[in-house]
Design a protein. Structure first.
Length: 138
């Protein structure tokens, strides 16, 4: 989700940005994915979670379609270093959540305890404007 201009070959690429419609495979809403439970081995988002209407619902929905043992990975803007990554002129870029570092995202993950096991929650060493989360479905 959030494939942008670089869709992943062999994946189901979705992006809420209408300007990137030509690169996405499906126009799905992350709050109500039209897939059976346990459909995917991997779920990846990049700079999307800060813009969803309900992050808890979106995370539960992504976990629902993930197979047991499957991996969920997210790249999330760190609002301390990238406050302008969201533009209020565009619905898909509005920051509904302004996480300031990986630990401020932990409460979202804690609400999925027993569903997801967090394997990584840390800043990128290569750049400071985003952090990463990797979790495995239990």
């Amino acid at each position: 989700m959030g494939c942008g201009e670089r869709p992943i070959p062999g994946a189901v690429n979705i992006d809420p940005n209408p300007d990137r419609a030509r690169w996405r495979d499906e126009d799905w809403d992350v709050h109500a994915l039209p897939c059976p439970d346990k459909s995917f081995d991997v779920v990846v988002t990049s700079h999307v979670l800060q813009s969803v209407d309900d992050v808890d619902l979106a995370m539960r929905e992504m976990a629902r379609v993930l197979r047991p043992g499957g991996v969920m990975a997210h790249v999330i803007p760190d609002h301390r270093f990238a406050p302008l990554r969201c533009d209020p002129r565009f619905k898909f870029q509005v920051c509904r959540y302004e996480w300031r570092g990986p630990e401020t995202f932990r409460p979202v993950l804690n609400r999925l305890a027993g569903v997801l096991a967090v394997e990584m929650l840390e800043n990128f060493a290569e750049f400071e404007w985003s952090f990463k989360v990797v979790a495995r479905k239990e």
